[in-house]
Design a binder for this molecule. Sequence first.
Ligand SMILES: Cc1ncc(COP(=O)(O)O)c(C=O)c1O
Length: 445
Amino acid sequence: MYQSGEKLAAATNLILHRTGQKEIQEGITVIVKGEGVWVYDQDGTQYLDMDSGVTRPVHAGYGREELARAAYDQMCQLAYFTPMQFANVPAIKLSEKLAQIAPGEINNFTFECDGSEAVETAMKLARHYHYYRGDKARFKIISRRGAYHGVNGIGIRALGTVMPMRQMMEPLTPGSVFIESPYCYRCPCNLKYPECEIACARDLSRIIEFEGPEYISVFIGEPIQQGFGAFKPPKEYWQIIREICDKYGILLIMDEVICGFGRTGKMFATEHFNIQPDLITMAKGITSGYVPLGAVGCTGKVLEPIDIFNHLHTYGNHPVPCAVGLENIDIIIREKLVENSAEMGKYFLEALKPLEQHPSVGEVRGTGLWLAVDFTMDKKTRAPYPVANLLNMVARAKQKGAIIKMMGMALEFAPPLIIKKEEIDLAVKVIEQCITEEEKALNLT
Ligand SMILES: Cc1ncc(COP(=O)(O)O)c(C=O)c1O
């Protein structure tokens, strides 16, 4: 067992993701145990996990023996078999379960290892749809500046403004096309809702005409967006995008990798907008992070022209994560975690709202148990807030026993969906202390 962060820094052979040398030299915390909404490090220090493992998958909370048993039982029964020309029982059952809960006519599913692969596969399925229909030139993908769709080949080109990740991989795949994001707090078009008439969505038509509709395969977007901190677009936004996609024969992928499985107070965030996507991507909450799994769902319309889906992953439709996914969805439904997300999310939002009185807090927002506090150096102009000060607050919160994260110019919260009021109260207290201390350091009053 590692005794201290220092020892890990000196001895580690492990390559960490998005972690600087300075942080490594200062010592990396090793998390060794989790229970409910709490995690424990190598020294026994406990932390309230307000971001479900930081990348936010742990919907059902830590220490669920049912999920471990589902994996164990399936490994004993059948650990693996190919997804090509054979099927397995957990994958069949999970696709049936997802067909019951996914938005509208999304009835067909295939399983991958994570969200990035799900995004790649969705884009590939879309390309197959057009190709088999004779639209062989449709290769371009439209996404939004500020989007995040993963780290792999095609998906990475749909990265918007997660800049260091994207810039280091440039030049990106040809055919990457962007429109602006519906980030109303700092509108990229310098307009104001509702007088703007959702110009950021309507601009899609102009971009399609400019790029040539006959070359465009899909539009991909997160129903509620991560990039600026849990940003829900105006209610008309997705209907406008859907109508424009329909007009030009472009498929619409809703990327539910974060939003799915109750995060926003609905089983899928698409349900907030009353539209029918052609494809959806899922991961994270599908297994509560206990084992890796991603999924793509599509309508019969997408699948109908495709003779063979020319795709093969060794770990596609893997029976073990599918068995865990099934048990996890049962827990989400049985324990009413979607309802808890809506109810506790409302409570959390109301508790955070008074923070808007602080000089540095521009906006508090949230949908279900996905919330954000967006900061500014000047409320009138909504001037940018330095990343360094956000990172200071994340570090302060850790010292006070809470794990939180930053996103854009915001602090973001996405706790396990089992969280209770007392734990939210505790978190709000820590968050307020961190804001007050950072404002003092910045001389903001
Ligand atoms: C919307 C969205 N799509 C795709 C991904 C990539 O998923 P993964 O990290 O599982 O590869 C993420 C990850 O945060 C995401 O938020």
